[in-house]
Design a protein around this ligand. Structure first.
Ligand code: GLU
Length: 546
């Protein structure tokens, strides 16, 4: 034992922090019963994957629903992948989705009592904990070269054995203190390995809050805990940080399942209580009929920024993420169409166990619904905020006259069956274009079954009877009378019964007016549009249409 203590000091002479200091530095949190402490632990790569929203939303909901704490910890142990400004990018991307941290890294530094929240700054903490394991004989230095490890791998491949540093391959396991000292004096570099006591013929297991009961053979691989620069691997940092930060729920991607046996073993060796694990399903997409992971390299829609750039409202994306995350969300939404999303009770046991299929059409559908129940004010403020960064022409038009724009967005809104014209903000310009002379385009797509002569007749006669003060019924009656006087059926039904008796029906006449005024065949209610455009503009359009 004395030797082991000596070994710990030999390996990490600069680490003066003791395990007692660490324990004192991170006292147990004073939280109320049932409060969840969760954390997001991204690497600062500057890329935020749509899939990151899964753990992020899960952690945010669990902690904030329960009166707990949500932490942002930056896993910057791999400096090669680090990108400057990554934390700011992450914070601002998540903020758009209302994902706000209580503790941890911030744009200007960090906040909270359980830091540092950047792993590289915690090096001494990991080393202090590692020294405890060394002095208990549960960790040892390994001096094996890259070449040696490569040869080991080849031999294992040839012998059809499991890969890894274990059993007869773990040659540094039994080095004596003197041998180690000599290597260190020779300047040889080492990594610190865990001394596994696991026996793969025995089964171990935990209950995952999403996946349910998980069983697995005990781990027998002596995984690396600290790299040669004294910086931890993910595994060791996970155990140390989540224990000392008081994480109650570890929510992470299911790609970590394969190393879970080691994590469980490590927590036990350290005498730490296991947190609740929640392994979140990965986002998949259908590619030519086969399911595959949504890939950062191949799929632009894998990036969270894609949704903002494309003009998806953050509410819409959240609604969709929620439908993927909790199987009862859609039902809840139908029952509570306008309730704030945070009123939904998020629960771990409603989460999808296997891969989640990402479906763009479904997102668009969800988005149409989400936007259809927003108020015109809300739509206005979200569109202008988006346009400010992405479409200055649209931005200028909308901000020139707020009241006018609000009227446009009010069309078909607020009733039992709201219109669902807009799925993304980048569709708004086209949608509103005919309300603005500079954006208006006359497609000339008048109905084919109305002759040129009749069209001219409709337009000029209508101009004479049009009165901007008419109510909707009067407006409609006038169009019907005009239709009838020109030989069009006043009702579609009449026309269908006896098509030879008419030139067409009232719908054809109003289509001529619609195309003249809006430039297109598809538009919301024409009466409302004309009200908003006002008499002068309507007359101008009727006159210029041919
Ligand atoms: N840095 C890890 C990742 O981004 C964190 C996993 C975890 O949450 O523990 O996958």
């Amino acid at each position: 034992m004395a030797d082991l203590k000596k070994l710990a000091d030999l390996l990490y002479p600069d680490c003066k922090l003791t395990i007692e200091d660490v324990e004192k530095k991170f006292p147990k949190r004073n939280i109320k019963d049932g409060a969840c402490i969760t954390r997001l632990a991204p690497s600062p790569t500057g890329f935020v994957h749509l899939g990151n929203l899964f753990p992020a939303v899960t952690c945010e909901r669990l902690s904030h629903q329960s009166g707990g704490v949500f932490i942002l910890r930056i896993e910057d142990t791999d400096q090669k992948r680090e990108v400057e400004g990554a934390v700011e990018i992450l914070l601002s991307s998540l903020e758009r989705y209302n994902i706000i941290f209580d503790e941890g890294a911030t744009a200007s530094g960090e906040k909270g009592d359980y830091g540092p929240y950047y792993q590289r700054q915690r090096a001494e903490i990991y080393q202090a904990v590692a020294k405890k394991l060394i002095s208990e004989g549960r960790a040892y230095p390994c001096f094996c070269s890259e070449q040696k490890l490569e040869d080991m791998r080849k031999a294992q491949e040839q012998n059809k054995e499991n890969f890894g540093y274990y059993g007869k391959y773990a040659s540094c396991r039994n080095l004596s203190y003197e041998e180690i000292e000599e290597k260190i004096n020779n300047g040889e570099k080492f990594v610190l390995r865990f001394r596994s006591e696991g026996d793969p013929s025995k089964m171990d297991g935990i209950v995952d809050l999403i996946k349910g009961k998980l069983t697995f053979p005990e781990n027998d691989i002596d995984h690396v805990m600290l790299k040669s620069d004294g910086i931890p691997t993910y595994h060791f940092a996970h155990a140390v940080d989540d224990h000392y930060m008081g994480t109650t729920h570890v929510v992470r991607g299911e790609e970590w399942l394969s190393t879970l046996p080691f994590h469980v073993q490590l927590f036990r060796a350290l005498g730490f209580a296991l947190p609740h694990y929640m392994h979140v399903a990965q986002l998949m997409k259908l590619d030519n009929g086969t399911k595959r992971k949504l890939s950062k390299r191949k799929d632009p829609e894998a990036s969270l920024s894609y949704y903002y750039d494309q003009g998806f409202s953050a509410n819409s994306v959240m609604e969709y993420i929620m439908t993927l995350l909790n199987s009862n969300f859609e039902e809840w939404r139908i029952e509570n169409p306008t309730a704030p999303i945070d009123d939904f009770k998020f629960s771990a046991d409603k989460m999808s166990v296997s891969g989640c299929l990402f479906d763009m059409d479904k997102l668009i559908d969800v988005s149409r619904n989400a936007i259809s129940v927003m108020t015109a004010d809300e739509v206005y403020s979200q569109v202008t905020a988006w346009a400010k960064d992405n479409d200055s022409e649209l931005y200028n038009k909308l901000s020139e006259n707020r009241e006018y724009a609000i009227k446009i967005f009010s069309i078909g809104r607020g009733g039992e069956k709201p219109r669902k014209d807009i799925a993304k903000w980048n569709e708004v310009k086209d949608y509103v274009s005919f309300f603005y002379d500079d954006l208006f385009v006359q497609s000339g797509e008048f109905p084919e079954n109305v002759t040129y002569e009749d069209r001219i007749e409709i337009l000029s006669r209508y101009k004479d009877i049009y009165d901007s003060a008419d109510d909707q019924q009067t407006w409609f009656n006038k169009v019907t009378e005009l239709a009838e006087s020109l030989g069009f059926a006043p009702k579609t039904k009449l026309y269908k019964k006896d098509p030879d008796a008419y030139k067409g029906h009232v719908g054809d006449v109003s289509m001529v007016l619609r195309v003249a005024i809006t430039g297109r065949r598809n538009s919301p209610d024409l009466y409302e549009i004309m009200k908003i455009l006002g008499a002068d503009k309507v007359r101008e359009r009727l006159e210029s249409a041919k």
